[in-house]
Design a binder for this molecule. Structure first.
Ligand code: ZN
Length: 199
């Protein structure tokens, strides 16, 4: 195996026009443990995405589109803590969504036990009730909870859009691999937050 790998081309879609009645914005795990400097599983690049995501939330809100926040939620002794440091323990400050992105009462918060926001939650049920067919997925970690949620959405035939300036990862290789898979096997679109038109 080669010691170095070239990063393959990741297809980029300049503009993505979306119907606000059929699109939901999914903000994945923007919680203090992943974003804050004292977070137990901090993703250093996540902080820079907060204003980008806040602007996306404002635009989706103005367009009347559904907004979903996922919240990684664990309890003491969770088996995930054999893989990762203890994080997102229900009720702790680290579990809370970052203040700048605090959900409003009309938003939907999905507490999820694993990477995939569909696993063990009512997300699919709600999206179908709402008539949503496309998800714009942002947040962190790009190749973990964002990616598994995008994969699970695509398996259910939802359209997937990833604004690449609104996701963050611990490792640039993992980020590139995730975006590459999103555009190839998930048939998703990778764009920028500014390239999304929901009006
Ligand atoms: Zn977790």
């Amino acid at each position: 195996m080669a010691d170095t790998l070239d990063v393959p081309e990741i297809p980029h879609t300049e503009n993505v026009a979306l119907d606000p009645a059929k699109t939901a914005l999914v903000v994945v795990d923007m919680q203090n443990d992943f974003v804050a400097d004292d977070g137990s599983l901090q993703v250093p690049d996540a902080r820079a995405t907060v204003p980008v995501i806040a602007a996306l939330v404002a635009r989706f809100r103005a367009a009347g589109a559904r907004i979903v926040f996922t919240q990684d939620t664990h309890r003491a002794g969770d088996p995930e803590f054999a893989i990762w440091p203890v994080h997102a323990v229900e009720g702790t400050a680290g579990w809370a969504i970052v203040e700048e992105l605090t959900p409003l009462p009309e938003d939907t918060v999905i507490r999820k036990p694993r990477y995939d926001a569909f696993y063990g939650t009512a997300l699919d049920h709600l999206l179908r009730q709402w008539g949503v067919s496309t998800l714009v997925i942002c947040g962190t970690v790009a190749n973990i909870c964002v990616h598994y949620t995008a994969s699970s959405a695509a398996l259910r035939w939802y359209g997937v859009v990833i604004p690449r300036d609104a996701v963050s990862a611990l490792d640039p290789f993992d980020l590139a691999a995730s975006l590459r898979q999103t555009t190839s096997l998930l048939a998703g679109r990778v764009t920028t937050a500014g390239g999304i038109d929901v009006a």
